[in-house]
Design a protein around this ligand. Structure first.
Ligand code: GLC
Length: 813
């Protein structure tokens, strides 16, 4: 069953049927003001941080779902009938009212046709201004004048989400509202800068600042009393629950359109006045919208592809890039799943995300990478979850929120968690990220940047903290990288395989002193990247040193981890094998097998067998299972994964994030057919007509899809904020299409299904445009026979000058 379609031209997903089985979300804002919204204009808005600076309220995981939001009600004053521009909250029967929602890149449009009135509401946040615009157009499609009233509605939040949710004896008496000059101001009196406003470009005919007055007792957003009555009451108060309700009455001539702009912004009434003046000029609204479009067009233009796979084209050209960018910006903390009360950047997630959009957002990736290096301990492990500002001098003194109640402050020593909480994979992801960054940008100097470690920084600020270096010590990023690699070299168990510690990539595999094959392979992969960088920088001794360690790992992998047809997942602390042929549960795991191949640690024969094992045992029509058979018997030596319901999340679901590892692995051994089969299975685009099964957005990868052993097999959950966004982009473009930046060239080495005649792509690399066409006359899966640069045969594709455009022809064979 299909609920909508992709509009490639506009880079929009159009939801034609809005009664979706679950919320389909979108992200607004690319700077400080940001929000998450769904297909019925439900959602929340925040400024800089969703933990300390909420602007609007959201009742997460509630019924009715996804409320409140950014609503506009229309009332026909003749018939007294009312509805909303988005289907919810009024929820008119869909056979009487036609509703659509279009999610675009950082904007959403809600449209409805009802009672001969066409209404449209576009939500977006202009760059450069901390304000959310609601651009509303109402068209009278009837032949008679219509007497209408418009009512806006949003519920303000107390800034601090925790207090807003649990400490009402404070939140209800520390927020007040007032109305003046068409502007509602909510003030959070306890806070120095605790002001937000709601206004519009018209002189309101009425207003309400108090939620309960506007809605009315025993009413909800579905049937607000003020809308039923046709008039607001002019409420405001110091204390209580506040809202932004502005009323406009209009007599709309036949076939004419009224356009109004609502503004929900950060700051005092004065800031509202400025925005009101600016956006009362609708040309300024249009310009801001065009500017946002241009911002995304520019990003998308860094790589555009045209292949025989339509789903791949649509996703890579727009949606997967968008998802990956959103992840780098929002780093998991804001969604309808993680509702913003737990901010901070997860070490491993952000380290991986920032590897994936370096061509379209190098600045943000660089910032994220640098933040990660600052969050590294001098022992070489990363802090699993941390706030970047903890380790930056200017912001250290500032506290985001002053509270009259006591909120314990973490001191340095408790910020720097010990080895017992270290995850064995976290920092290893950073090494490929930075090496890829240098390849993409050519910025070799980045490796020389000197930074403190998290612990040396904290120790220098007077907090007691164990460090292996003197307080305040700084080292280059290059040295940080060595410490990361050395940590994994030292933290090995009895078999010589890396210890699992608190967890590896799989949060639910908690091996402690047991061993993780995944981490050993990841260590190998990180060293491969490092060695190439060391060679490039002329650090031969380092390169040789780590090459020797790689040789040792290869031996360990052959002798201890190979199980005949696939690789083990690891060992428990007491030495039991995990993921071996004797196991009845958790016999085959995806992560170690994908990484054995992808890292290059597996030889050709083992790699081919392993891929075959994955294909035969883990592949399903919706993607590749994380492990099989599922665990059903709790086993605390293996970890929490054995207590997760079979077929969900880490226990035998199709966990999306590691799926693209297998595509890349397949490509490293030339299996373009399998890579594409696996790509297509997970591809949300291909499930657009199976929404009764998938339920979630077809334009976003989801964290997981229920596995074969669950009754909801095929149901996807948790969109946007998942490593599958970045990784699917990375694997599809770098491995399947094979377009890979190198230190001094651009490699084009595709691995595609042999049926393909070829494909074309436009890639911007270090400021030059490469118009690439790949031909596959011999119908091979991999192998490049000839390269032509601007018509002349060439050995490789060089780095060109900024602003230049060149034609690259690659002939496979
Ligand atoms: C979640 C976490 C990620 C972890 C994965 C598997 O997606 O954000 O860090 O690797 O689960 O457990």
């Amino acid at each position: 069953m299909q609920y909508g379609h992709f509009d490639d031209e506009k880079r929009e997903y159009v939801i034609d049927r809005v009664d979706l089985p679950t919320s389909w979300t979108n992200y607004l804002g690319v700077e400080d003001m940001a929000g998450v919204v769904n297909h019925t204009a439900g959602g929340y808005l925040f400024y800089k941080t969703p933990e300390y600076h909420r602007i609007s309220r959201f009742r997460a995981n509630s019924v009715p779902m996804d409320r409140p939001g950014f609503y506009v009600y229309l009332r026909d004053n003749e018939t007294k009938d009312y509805w909303s521009t988005s289907w919810q909250p009024v929820g008119k029967p869909l056979d009487e009212a036609k509703y659509t929602c279009r999610h675009g890149l950082s904007y959403s449009v809600y449209a409805c046709d009802y009672a001969d009135i066409h209404a449209e509401e576009t939500l977006f946040i202009p760059r450069g201004d901390a304000v959310m615009l609601w651009d509303v157009k109402i068209t009278n499609n009837s032949d008679k004048e219509r007497d209408l009233s418009l009512f806006s509605y949003l519920e303000f939040s107390f800034h601090h989400i925790m207090i807003d949710n649990i400490n009402f004896q404070m939140s209800l008496y520390a927020a007040g509202s007032s109305y003046e000059d068409g502007i509602i101001e909510e003030d959070l009196f306890y806070e120095e800068n605790g002001y937000q406003y709601f206004t519009a470009d018209f002189d309101p005919d009425g207003f309400d600042c108090m939620r309960d007055t506007f809605l009315g007792l025993y009413h909800t957003e579905t049937d607000p009393q003020a809308v039923i009555n046709g008039r607001c009451s002019g409420s405001y108060e110091k204390g209580g629950n506040h809202c932004g309700a502005l009323q406009k009455n209009v007599k709309l001539a036949p076939h004419s359109t009224l356009r109004v702009i609502y503004m929900l912004g950060e700051g005092r009434r004065e800031a509202g006045r400025i925005m009101r003046k600016k956006y009362a000029d609708h040309a300024a609204v249009d310009a801001a919208f065009d500017d946002l479009k241009a911002y995304w067009d520019e990003k998308c233009s860094k790589l555009q592809i045209k292949t025989p796979n339509r789903g791949m084209n649509t996703l890579i050209n727009t949606w997967t890039l968008y998802q990956s960018e959103i992840n780098v910006m929002f780093s998991r903390f804001a969604s309808f799943i993680e509702v913003g009360g737990r901010v901070g950047l997860g070490y491993r997630d952000t380290a991986q995300d920032s590897m994936t959009v370096q061509h379209s957002n190098p600045e943000m990736c660089k910032t994220r990478i640098e933040q990660r290096f600052r969050g590294l301990t001098s022992m070489g492990y990363g802090l699993h979850l941390f706030q970047p500002e903890w380790f930056i001098d200017d912001t250290r003194a500032k506290k985001p929120f002053k509270s009259p109640t006591v909120i314990p402050k973490p001191d340095g020593a408790s910020i720097i968690h010990g080895l017992e909480d270290a995850c064995s994979d976290d920092a290893l992801w950073l090494i490929p990220s930075i090496v890829e960054y240098i390849r993409e940008t050519g910025d070799q100097g980045f490796a020389d940047l000197k930074l403190p470690y998290a612990d040396t920084f904290v120790a220098a600020h007077g907090d007691k903290c164990a460090t292996v270096l003197p307080a305040g010590a700084e080292e280059s990023i290059y040295d940080h990288m060595k410490r990361i690699l050395d940590f994994s070299t030292e933290q090995v168990g009895a078999s010589g395989v890396c210890k699992g510690l608190r967890a590896d990539w799989n949060d639910c595999l908690n091996l402690g002193g047991g061993e993780s094959a995944l981490v050993t392979f990841l260590h190998f992969w990180a060293m491969r990247h490092f060695v190439e960088l060391a060679d490039e920088l002329g650090r031969k001794e380092d390169a040789d040193h780590y090459r020797r360690i790689m040789d040792k790992i290869q031996k360990v992998s052959d002798e201890k981890l190979w199980d005949g047809e696939w690789y083990l997942r690891g060992f428990t602390k007491s030495g039991r094998k995990i993921g071996c042929k004797e196991d009845n549960e958790g016999r085959i795991h995806l992560e170690s097998n994908a990484w054995a191949i992808l890292s290059g640690a597996a030889d050709a024969e083992k790699a081919a067998k392993t891929l075959d094992t994955i294909d035969r045992n883990l592949y399903t029509e919706y993607g590749i299972l994380l492990n099989t058979p599922c665990y059903t018997v709790p086993d605390d030596e293996i970890g929490f994964v054995t207590r997760v319901y079979p077929g969900l999340k880490e226990n035998g679901a199709i966990f999306s994030h590691p799926n693209p590892w297998v595509w890349a692995a397949a490509c490293t051994i030339g299996r373009g057919d399998l890579a594409m089969k696996f790509y297509d299975a997970l591809c949300p685009y291909n499930q657009n007509d199976k929404i009764e099964i998938r339920e979630s957005e077809p334009y976003s990868y989801c964290q997981f899809i229920a596995g074969r052993d669950h009754t909801a097999f095929g149901r996807a959950r948790h969109p946007f904020m998942t490593g599958s966004g970045g990784w699917s982009y990375f694997s599809a473009t770098r491995f399947m299409l094979g377009i890979r930046p190198e230190f001094h060239s651009l490699t084009i080495d595709p691995c595609i299904p042999k049926e393909w005649d070829g494909f074309s792509a436009v890639r911007v690399f270090r400021g030059a445009t490469y118009e690439i066409s790949v031909e596959n006359p011999d119908h091979v899966m991999k192998g490049v026979k000839q390269i032509f640069v601007d018509g002349a045969a060439a050995e490789s594709v060089p780095v060109f000058g900024k602003g230049e455009t060149h034609k690259i022809r690659v002939v496979m064979g």
